[in-house]
Design a protein around this ligand. Structure first.
Ligand code: HEC
Length: 254
């Protein structure tokens, strides 16, 4: 009898604990956005992805690495060889060791990985109030809500509601679980100037950089969709054919 009661109490405590966590983590689902790469026929808006890469380079790369990316990968968003060489050569990356065995830097090449802002996670935390800026290579896949969530984070900075206790060095964000995020608001209206004069309000910048991050997370998305469409077409054709054959064979049987 007593063990039953104990089990009930334990279950109640567990539930209370779970709800407690849910309340503390209370997260607001980010609103759905229109994405060029959404839906069955979606493809990446390459101009937006290129602007997104510019935003990553000028803003996000001061804190976030993208260790899975190589400069040559940028051909996937339409940069040509000369452009890729120029982009890579504009950063200094580790290129090897000198005679004393010390690491030396030199201009990057298309085969270089994207330059990381910090030598290691400890240094990254030390520069960011103890919080680790996550690697962004796969961020759109790594977060529930994907592109909409990342867009929500970039546009969700607000003044905290009254009575909200914001810790030292933290920022209020509508869509971050628990609402306290260590990342200071990274995008402002007009922060990044685009060559073609594309719109650059915070929302436009967020949209472009998320298009870029969606591409780095799923570079083969478009091929996969096209393959799917071809498979469906093929199966439809085969169904029609087999049905025609079946009718022909059975036509004489009565
Ligand atoms: C000044 C440094 C800094 C800059 C610049 C910066 N971030 Fe961050 N970012 C951080 C830190 C620190 C965190 C970890 C926040 C935390 O865990 O509270 C973070 C977290 C994130 C997250 C993850 C949120 C989550 O769900 O865990 C995303 C996505 C993100 N940043 C995207 C970006 C993008 C895109 C840019 C460029 C437009 C950018 N950041 C610019 C420091 C920065």
């Amino acid at each position: 009898m007593r063990s039953v009661r104990r089990a009930t109490v334990a279950a109640a405590l567990l539930l209370a604990g779970l709800f407690g966590i849910a309340a503390a983590q209370e997260s607001v689902p980010p609103p759905k956005q229109e994405w060029s790469f959404g839906g069955v026929f979606g493809t990446y808006d390459l101009a937006a992805a290129q602007r997104g890469f510019q935003i990553y380079s000028e803003v996000c790369s001061n804190c976030h690495s993208m260790r899975l990316m190589y400069y040559r990968d940028l051909s996937g968003i339409g940069l040509n060889e000369a452009q890729i060489k120029a982009v890579a050569a504009s950063v200094q990356v580790p290129v090897g060791l000198n005679d004393q065995g010390e690491p030396v830097n030199g201009p990057g090449t298309p085969a270089s990985r994207f330059k990381s802002p910090f030598p290691n996670d400890l240094a990254a935390r030390a520069a960011n109030n103890g919080a680790l800026p996550p690697d962004l290579s796969l961020i759109v896949n790594a977060r529930e809500g994907g592109a909409d969530y990342v867009y929500g984070i970039l546009t969700g900075y607000q003044d905290p509601p009254e009575n909200f206790k914001l810790q030292e060095g933290m920022n209020y964000n509508e869509y971050f679980p628990g609402h306290q995020i260590a990342m200071p608001r990274p995008l402002q209206d007009g922060q990044v100037e685009f060559a073609g004069g594309a719109p650059n309000a915070t929302a436009d910048e967020a949209h472009d950089v998320v298009t870029f991050l969606a591409w780095t997370s799923n570079p083969e998305l478009v091929e996969r969709k096209q393959m799917g469409i071809r498979a469906v077409l093929f199966l439809t054709l085969m169904t029609g054919l087999t049905y025609a054959v079946k009718r022909k064979i059975w036509a004489e049987v009565h």
